[in-house]
Ligand binder design. Structure first.
Ligand code: NIG
Ligand code: FE
Length: 413
C-alpha cells in the first residue's frame, strides 16, 4: 500500500514555469508522487486519517536538485596537470600533447569496475548531501567498447545503490584515443556504427553527447554520431562552443538536441536557434572559472530571447574538479550575473528538461515527490552561500532520506 504523507506548514518554491511561490502551504505525497499542493487552508478535508503528517516549521522547500551535466565516473585526478596550468600552461596545450582527457582515459582503463565505483561514490555522496536527487552521468573516459561499457555500468550501479535517479549519456566521441591517433574518422565510425548500437542494446544509454570543438570532433564527425543516436531514438546533447565556435550549436539544434552545453563562444544566432528548437542552454561556470576563461556565454541574449537556461556542476577531473552543484549555482550568479531565480530554475526545471528527466525538477501534482527542505529565511539564501548551504532534509520518491542539523523534525503523527 502506498504511504500518504502530508508535509505542512511550509513555504514552497515550486520551480514551475511561473516560478510560483506558496506560503502557508502544504504538499501531499502518495507513494512516490505528488498528489496535492497548495495553501494549507485549501487542503482537502476528506483526507484519510491514516496519512502521516510532517510539520516543516515554515521552512522552504524546492524540488530535488538536478545535476544535468557531469562526468562523475572517472579514475584518478589531474592535480599535476593543474599545477602546470598554474605555472602558465593551457588546457588546450596539455590536451594537444596527449594529456588532459587522455590522461584520465589511461587511468580509467586501468581501473576495475569496482574501483571506478569506489572512486565515483564519494563524489556522488557530496552531490546528494546538497539535495541532488537526479543526476546525469557521461561516459567518455573509456574510449574502447569495453571501457565505455564499464563506465556506464558503474553509472547504472550508482543509481541502484544510491537514492538518486541516474540518466546515462554515451560520450564515446569525447577524444580520439591513442590507438586511433590520426584516424579520427575511423574512430567515429566505430563509435557510431558499433559501440553506440551495442551499448544501447544493453540498456546502458539514455542519451548521446559529442564534444564538438576545435580540439575534439568537427561537425561532420559529430553529425555521424548524432545521426546514429537519432536512428535509435536516443535524445542528443552537445558539448558546444566551449573553446571556439565551430557550428556545434547549429548542428545540434537542427537535430533537436535536448541541450547545448558550455556555450562561451556561442553567438546570438546560436541562441535564436536554441530557442526555436527548445534546446536548453546548459551553463557550466565551474569549468569557466577553473579554465580561467574570460569569454562569457551570451547571457543577455539568452535572457532576451527567452532561452531555457540550466546550470550544472560538470564534475570532471580536467575542467571542473568539483562535486558541488550548489557551488556551480552560486558561481553562476557571480560570474554570469544570473539572478537567484534563474539559477534556481536552472538547477531544477530546466536541468530536468536538459537531461530528459520527466516529472522531475518541479513541484506539481503528478510530478515525482523529490524535494529538499532548506533551513533558510529566503529561498535566495540557497545560492547566496558559496560552499555552505546544506539541506535540512531530502525527500526522494516520497521517502525522507536524512535529517541533518541539531533539531529533529516533529512528526505530529
Ligand atoms: O565538460 N569539454 C570536454 N569535456 C569536459 C572536460 C573533460 C576533461 O578535461 O576531462 C568538460 O569540460
Ligand atoms: Fe562536460
Amino acid at each position: 500500500m502506498k504511504v500518504r504523507t502530508i508535509w505542512h506548514n511550509v513555504r514552497i518554491a515550486t520551480c514551475d514555469e511561473a516560478m510560483t511561490e506558496l506560503h502557508d502551504a502544504a504538499l501531499i505525497t502518495n507513494g512516490p508522487t505528488i498528489e496535492w499542493i497548495g495553501r494549507e487552508s485549501d487542503m482537502p478535508r476528506d483526507l484519510d486519517r491514516e496519512a502521516k503528517r510532517v510539520d516543516l516549521r515554515n521552512r522552504w522547500i524546492t524540488p530535488g536538485l538536478v545535476d544535468c551535466h557531469t562526468h562523475l565516473v572517472f579514475a584518478g585526478n589531474r592535480a599535476q596537470e593543474w599545477a602546470e596550468i598554474l605555472k602558465g600552461a593551457t588546457y588546450e596545450e596539455i590536451a594537444r600533447r596527449g594529456g588532459g582527457i587522455l590522461s584520465t582515459v589511461s587511468a580509467t582503463r586501468r581501473a576495475s569496475e569496482a574501483e571506478l565505483f569506489d572512486q565515483a561514490a564519494p563524489r556522488l555522496e557530496s552531490l546528494l548531501a546538497e539535495g541532488v536527487t537526479t543526476i546525469e552521468v557521461k561516459s567518455g573516459y573509456g574510449l574502447t567498447l569495453e571501457d565505455e561499457r564499464k563506465m556506464l555500468r558503474v553509472a547504472r550501479e550508482l543509481g541502484r545503490r544510491y537514492p538518486v535517479l541516474v540518466r546515462t549519456t554515451f560520450l564515446g566521441a569525447h577524444a580520439v584515443p591513442p590507438e586511433f591517433a590520426g584516424r579520427a574518422d575511423e574512430f567515429i565510425d566505430a563509435v557510431a556504427t558499433e559501440w553506440l548500437p551495442a551499448l544501447y542494446d544493453e540498456g546502458l544509454i539514455d542519451m548521446v553527447d559529442v564534444f564538438c570543438d576545435r580540439i575534439a570532433f568537427d561537425t561532420t564527425q559529430a553529425e555521424r554520431v548524432l545521426a546514429s543516436a537519432a536512428k535509435h531514438q536516443l535524445p542528443i546533447r552537445m558539448h558546444a562552443e566551449q573553446l571556439a565556435n565551430i557550428g556545434a550549436t547549429q548542428l545540434a539544434t537542427r537535430m533537436r538536441a535536448l541541450s547545448c552545453d558550455h556555450l562561451e563562444y556561442s553567438n546570438e544566432d546560436d541562441v535564436r536557434t536554441m530557442v526555436r528548437a527548445q534546446t536548453v542552454a546548459v551553463l557550466l561556470p565551474t569549468a569557466y572559472l577553473h579554465l580561467r576563461e574570460t569569454k562569457q556565454p551570451p547571457i543577455e541574449s539568452l535572457r532576451r530571447h527567452g532561452a531555457s537556461i540550466a546550470v550544472a556542476s560538470d564534475c570532471n577531473p580536467g575542467s571542473a574538479p568539483s562535486a558541488s552543484l550548489l557551488l556551480a549555482g552560486a558561481l553562476a550568479t557571480r560570474l554570469f550575473a544570473l539572478t537567484a531565480a534563474e539559477v534556481l530554475a536552472g538547477i531544477t526545471r530546466n536541468a530536468a528538461k536538459a537531461c530528459g528527466a520527466e516529472r522531475r525538477g518541479m513541484l506539481k501534482v503528478g510530478c515525482a515527490a523529490d524535494f529538499v527542505v532548506w533551513d533558510v529565511a529566503a529561498v535566495e539564501e540557497v545560492l547566496y552561500w558559496m560552499g555552505r548551504a546544506a539541506p535540512a532534509m531530502v525527500v526522494r520518491d516520497g521517502v525522507r532520506l536524512n535529517s541533518l542539523g541539531p533539531q529533529p523534525f516533529a512528526n505530529d503523527s
